[in-house]
Design a protein around this ligand. Sequence first.
Ligand SMILES: *Cc1c(COP(=O)(O)O)cnc(C)c1O
Length: 382
Amino acid sequence: MFNLAARLAEQHQRDLYRSRRIAEGASDVHMCIDGRDCLVFCSNDYLGLATHPDVKAAFIHAADHYGVGSGAAHLVTGHQYAHHALEEELAGFVSRERALLFSTGYMANLAAVTALTDRHDEVFGDKLNHASLIDAAQLSEAKHSRYKHADASALAARLTASSATDKLVITDGVFSMDGDIAPLPELATASHKHNAWLLVDDAHGLGVLGSSGAGSLQHFGMSDKEVPVLVGTLGKAFGTFGAFVAGSEDLIELLIQKARSYIYTTALPAAVAEATRASLKIIQTDSARRQHLHALIQRFRTGAAQLGLSLMPSTTAIQPLLVGEASRALAMSEALLAQGIMVSAIRPPTVAEGSSRLRITLSAAHTETEIDRLLSALASLA
Ligand SMILES: *Cc1c(COP(=O)(O)O)cnc(C)c1O
């Protein structure tokens, strides 16, 4: 029983062993990792806000005022002015009646899916959904059907076949390992036709897509009528920590009553909420960051195409390079590291067997010269 050594050995043997590297200093495009200076292309801090002076100043100032820990859950004494103000500002940002803060995106997804569905219901998820959406569907007692990636007609077929009481469609807005944007207008049409609700987890779209950074829904010009449940995370383009669910007054009240990952956990520190308010202000007012990021994405794709690299069809900050075998992805990641460039190798079970890849992510904090440096390093591996 519990032969852990054998289980670990198997991870090694299949090139799936995961280990952590130690980073010194701030999360930035230049980091010292395991004692080596690196140019980093694997962070989700897409706008470079984790180290923005206004965001840091708001955090420090709030820590002085509120202290560090919130001391309790939101329903006890943990719901402070900073949390409440951030919720109102986030609701305005994504044009919803209300927003509810969570400590992580993982918990926000668990909350939304389990509070809405029970064993009489059915949850329909894209095959490439983020692990937290998959786990959320599993934790709810609803039937979980998974449809072909980004395929609204496959979804429609499953909806047609369903006799469930309530139907909830769940999808990433931007897929975290592929970088493509879900066909949200088509998914919304199929959902509407079958009286299903659509939940979009826009962890990688918020801040990056849309004219004011409001994400995938703004990109498509969609409203809360088409997408009643919107999940956003704050640890990526916002550069801070936490997450939120946004929607109608009744949706948020239901989550407050029912969502166990909201009720039974300590509220995130108020200083994190204040830092996020500062970061939201920058996202809404400083569109130059977003424009710079999109110019870098374009530059990278053009250069990679010239090198004949097999990029995936993505217009977002996530620009994966499909490799295939886990061992090859690992070797390429190591070879880049030897040149001082940090890119993570993504292997099963995060992605399907045989589709291991380098997950390259770009940030507004990169310069054009740094994109060119990445391109020449990739060229040297080919
Ligand atoms: C990162 C991520 C999450 C989890 O968010 P955390 O705040 O890191 O827990 C959820 N969904 C998607 C699509 C993500 O990429």
